[in-house]
Design a protein around this ligand. Structure first.
Ligand code: GLU
Length: 422
């Protein structure tokens, strides 16, 4: 029998491993390939002693997982969240491998996380935690080894601290060690909005594929952070009526369509969508997932569409802005009900695509215009959408199975060509 990892303690990793097994079957690849790809190549767990502002010391736990290095250095975000577990980071790292392969950027997959809620700590404490975490994982990362980026709870300032800490240790400035940096420090134009640009791109393609005109259609967006906020903005600009949005504090709705620019101004002023004047509050924020809309964009965390609410999702198209928002059971229920689900590794790949562009620009010390970034991003998203939908139609499988199959096939082929050492 197999000698895989001990059974996963996280439902997210269980789902990721099942998706892999399904892709291996679909492609007719052997059990050896499945076993190889089920295991992270490298992973480290680190202690992060953190001096609090009051002088006390707390010890946080952090992880960095490199799921695969076959097609290039590991790539993937770092999340700061009280819910981080090693199994969750393993699953997210595996999804990064598939995402990078699907949009053909020359990376493997990685992910990192520190288990703490940064909103409960001062900025100075977050800086110290970031720097200590970076120095603990420094032996693993580097522009040719593993390139972190922002994810849940991290931002471009955190990336600047990571770059600075790594560079101080290296004795010279290494712009290519992280992506999602501020523009003034070697960031790329268009990186901040890249994930949302990509989400919007495939959302419009998905609506069109179902014969739904974007103009006047109705959408709900869960999450108003790095992904949800700009997705709401771009959908609104495309003529979609964004009727509901939520964040961790609550949800607001306006059946006629929210005034998204005014909502953004409200969030800038108050820190939350809650209390936005031209809207009604939703009693329970998760009711947003079951509103009568054409398009639902879960852009927050994993596992929000599950076996207990999937049969109440009324959207005809679900576009996964977050990583892993739909459980495997929910996926099957949505498929039975004819709901089109555009999977995370396709839908939110715009972020890592422009991370790749940022890394290329940093390595060449030559920066592109915003128009060049946007055009190259749109080209890659279109190509990935076309390839995925073609495979799905040809084999009569879901977009997730098609996307995962394409990605696993690309990684397996690269692995075959490199050969198994020794
Ligand atoms: N955290 C983002 C993701 O899950 C971006 C990763 C990156 O740019 O490396 O795709």
């Amino acid at each position: 029998m197999t000698t895989d990892l001990t059974p996963p303690s996280s439902p997210v990793l269980t789902d990721a491993l099942e998706q892999l097994a399904e892709a291996v079957d679909l492609l007719g690849l052997g059990e050896g390939v499945r076993r190889t790809l089920a295991q992270p190549r490298r992973e480290v767990t680190v202690s992060i002693p953190l001096r609090r502002d009051d002088g006390s010391v707390e010890v946080l736990t952090g992880h960095r997982v490199q799921h695969n290095l076959t097609r290039g250095p590991a790539k993937g975000g770092v999340r700061f969240s009280a819910d981080v577990t090693l199994d969750e980071v393993r699953a997210l790292a595996m999804w990064m491998t598939w995402k990078c392969a699907l949009v053909d950027v020359p990376y493997g997959g990685g992910k990192g996380g520190v288990r703490f809620d940064p909103t409960q700590y001062s900025r100075a404490e977050v800086e110290r935690a970031t720097r200590r975490y970076t120095s603990e994982i420094a032996p693993l990362i580097g522009p040719d080894r593993d390139i972190p980026a922002p994810d849940l709870g991290t931002d471009e300032q955190v990336m600047a601290w990571m770059m600075d800490t790594y560079s101080t240790g290296a004795g010279h400035t290494e712009l290519g060690v992280v992506t999602g940096k501020p523009l003034a420090l070697g960031g790329s134009l268009g990186r901040q909005t890249a994930t949302s640009r990509g989400v919007t791109h495939v959302a419009l393609a998905a609506l069109a594929s179902r014969g739904i005109a974007a103009r006047g259609s109705r959408a709900a967006v869960q999450g108003f952070g790095k992904v949800g906020r700009y997705t709401a903005r771009f959908l609104d600009e495309a003529g979609v009526r964004v009727i509901a949005v939520s964040d961790q504090h609550g949800a607001v709705v306006d059946g006629a369509g929210l005034d998204v620019p005014a909502l953004e101004a409200h969030v800038d002023a108050t820190g939350s969508v809650v209390g936005f004047a031209c809207s009604e509050p939703l009693q329970a924020k998760d009711d947003l997932l079951t509103l009568p809309v054409d398009l639902l964009v879960p852009a927050a965390v994993e596992g929000v569409i599950h076996a207990d609410n999937a049969d109440r999702v009324l959207a005809r198209v679900v576009v996964e802005g977050a990583n892993g928002p739909t459980t495997r059971q929910a996926d099957a229920i949505l498929a039975d009900r004819g709901v089109l689900v555009v999977p995370d590794i396709l839908a939110n790949a715009g972020g890592v695509v422009v991370s790749y562009f940022e890394w290329v620009q940093a390595n060449q010390a030559f920066w592109w215009s915003e128009a060049e970034v946007e055009e190259r991003l749109a080209t890659r998203m279109s190509l990935a959408w076309d390839r995925t939908t073609e495979v799905a139609a040809k084999h009569d499988v879901s977009l997730r199975s098609a996307a995962t199959g394409l990605a696993v096939g690309a990684v397996a082929e690269a692995h075959r060509l490199r050969g198994l050492y020794p």
